[in-house]
Design a protein around this ligand. Structure first.
Ligand code: ATP
Ligand code: MG
Length: 575
């Protein structure tokens, strides 16, 4: 197992983990607030996605944190769409986000939209202007940015900063009425052009954007900026603890300045480290690029770190929640090994999945059992899950001809090769012990079939043969086999931390992240696929798999969810 978290040392174990009943730093703040009677003992969090893409595993961490905290302390959580940027947002994303949050196992108290607060936020802006705390600036974006200064040099004041309240109010109303084109004017908060915190140097709080909004249509042509919508929405909803990622730490003084100047509900902003995962990228902008440029097959491509991709890959909600729990909450940015996510999944699938047989091979090897009567058929009863006897048994047909994996046979085996070789014996899982008598080759010297004999007394469950064999291999009866397509996935990127690489992230894509093989699977799989009963399964000795939505009744398609063991960990050890 590679449970490596590439943390910086600054994250003490206590910051990260709930283990042993110790509190993480956010729980500590919440408990202190509860103890002091703040907010009358009320806990109200929110998950505030911008509907400009699909949710990813980083969002899952935030979802588990916000909903988990409210659950733990008897509070509530709102789902709030932070939809203040009309250009990038879409109802497709709204629907996928709701679906994903539900799928993860959470239910929100209220479904809100920041755009529902546009009237209220507009009034907040007017009140700031009236207090002399905001002004309309006619400067261009370039001028504003040139005057902004640097972290070590103060900014310069705009020539419009001392505009009268009446003039700014009049211009703001005319902006709203649509009298100006995009970019002609902005509304800025009058904070402090000399502040060492760049966020406080008269931030823009409203801009003109003649764009259609997915909810408000063409009602508005001015839109509030993030900093003048997020905290205001928190206040309107009386959110007690507003949890966000670290990059907003420098915004907190502004968040608090608005609370103070607008005299609104004092939500408390608390920052935590965003989740970064090895061998993938986590920014919606980059994920969107992968989708739009066809590097992957959509937002739900099973290689994507999106919730939709993970679901299609075969991840379960419980494994993702378990992962979020194990990584805990940190105060410094860190990079988590994707091996930990896979570990959480394997733990669960090992407990819950049925073991079935599938031969994953373009050219499987045919085994003919010469002393087994032609046309005879037996139904073997095979246990579904040795880890869970209550999972029962199923019927698996056996006949004179079976497929096995080509690499379960070697003509010239090395020592300790416990699978099949000429003159050797193995057990066919859940059936009989067989012996390889003869290797049949075509003219080119390629092995086309193995002629074998079986030991009639060795039937699994009633074995009186007294023969002990070291190897057991899986098989599928040829006349009963169902042909399937199997998609094997590997890491989407070939470097550990693509976001930190100088090269363009698309150059770092792993060219072998998807390979497709033909497989022959036992017929029980198709029965359960038809009835919809099929969920995650283990293909014995091969890994965990799930039926894909691309399946047809003629040809099922399976996704490999995860291998049985961490193949990469072995590679790394070999060095
Ligand atoms: P991205 O940078 O991927 O576009 P975002 O922060 O812009 O992400 P939002 O839709 O604004 O995406 O995020 C909704 C919530 O999820 C925010 O509270 C945000 O802080 C949180 N979040 C986003 N990415 C991560 C992450 N990698 N780890 C933890 N929380 C995250
Ligand atoms: Mg965002």
């Amino acid at each position: 197992m590679t449970e490596v978290t590439k943390d910086s040392d600054e994250n003490s174990a206590a910051d990260r983990s709930n283990a042993g009943g110790s509190l993480n730093f956010i729980e500590q703040i919440v408990e202190d607030d509860l103890a002091s009677g703040k907010n009358n003992g009320r806990i109200h969090t929110r998950f505030p996605p911008e509907p400009n893409g699909y949710l990813h595993i980083g969002h899952a961490k935030s979802i588990c944190l916000n909903f988990g905290l409210a659950d733990k302390y008897g509070g509530q959580t709102n789902l709030r769409f932070d939809d203040t940027n009309p250009v990038t947002e879409d109802t497709e994303y709204v629907d996928s986000i709701k679906n994903d949050v539900h799928w993860l196992g959470f239910d929100w108290e209220n479904e809100f939209y920041a755009s529902d607060y546009f009237d209220q936020i507009y009034l907040f802006a007017e009140s700031l202007i009236k207090k002399g705390l905001a002004y309309i600036d006619d400067s261009t974006a370039e001028e504003i940015s040139a005057q902004k200064g640097t972290p070590t040099e103060p900014g310069r004041m705009s020539q419009y900063r001392d505009r009268s309240v009446d003039e700014s109010l009049d211009l703001f109303r005319r902006m709203k009425a649509g009298e100006y084109p995009d970019g002609a004017k902005v509304l800025r908060a009058k904070v402090d052009m000399a502040s060492p915190n760049m966020q406080l140097r008269d931030p823009i709080i409203y801009r003109i954007k003649h764009a259609h909004h997915h909810r408000t249509g063409d009602t508005w042509c001015i839109y509030p900026m993030y900093d003048f919508a997020h905290g205001q929405s928190d206040a309107i909803e009386h959110i007690t603890h507003s949890l966000c990622t670290l990059e907003f730490e420098v915004h907190r003084p502004l968040y608090e300045w608005f609370i103070d100047k607008l005299d609104i509900f004092p939500s408390r902003q608390i920052e935590f480290a965003r989740l970064n995962l090895t061998y993938t990228v986590m920014s919606k902008r980059k994920l969107k690029q992968l989708v739009e440029e066809g590097h992957v097959n959509g937002w739900n491509d099973p290689r994507m770190p999106t919730i939709a991709g993970l679901r299609r890959r075969g991840y379960t909600p419980a494994s993702i929640r378990e992962f979020a729990d194990r990584i805990g909450i940190a105060k410094r940015d860190n990079l988590i090994d994707v091996g930990l996510l896979e570990f959480c999944l394997r733990e669960e699938l090992n407990r819950t999945t049925h073991r079935v047989m599938a031969v994953l091979d373009e050219k499987p090897l045919k085994l003919v059992i010469t002393n087994y009567e032609a046309g005879r058929e037996e139904i073997m009863r095979i246990e579904n899950n040795p880890e869970d006897h209550e999972a029962g048994e199923r019927n698996v047909p056996f006949s004179r001809e079976v497929y096995i994996e080509r690499d379960d046979f070697l003509e010239n085996p090395p020592k300790k090769f416990f699978r099949l070789f000429p003159g050797g014996m193995v057990r066919l899982k859940g059936a009989y012990i067989i012996k390889c008598d003869e290797v049949v080759k075509d003219n080119a010297g390629e092995i086309i079939e193995l002629r074998c004999s079986y030991i009639p007394e060795s039937r699994s469950g009633s074995d009186t043969s007294g023969i002990n064999v070291k190897g057991t291999i899986h098989w599928v009866s040829v006349p009963h086999a169902v042909e399937a397509e199997v998609r094997l996935y590997d890491r989407l990127f070939s470097v550990e931390n693509p976001a930190a690489d100088e090269r363009d992230f698309k150059e770092l894509l792993n060219p072998n992240s998807l390979s497709t093989v033909r497989a022959f699977v036992e017929p029980s799989l198709i029965e359960s696929a038809r009835t919809g009963a099929l969920t995650n399964v283990q293909f014995m000795r091969k890994g965990y798999f799930i039926l894909d939505q691309d399946s047809t009744t003629e040809r099922p398609v399976f996704n490999r969810t995860v291998t049985l063991k961490d193949a990469w960990a072995k590679e790394l050890k070999k060095g």
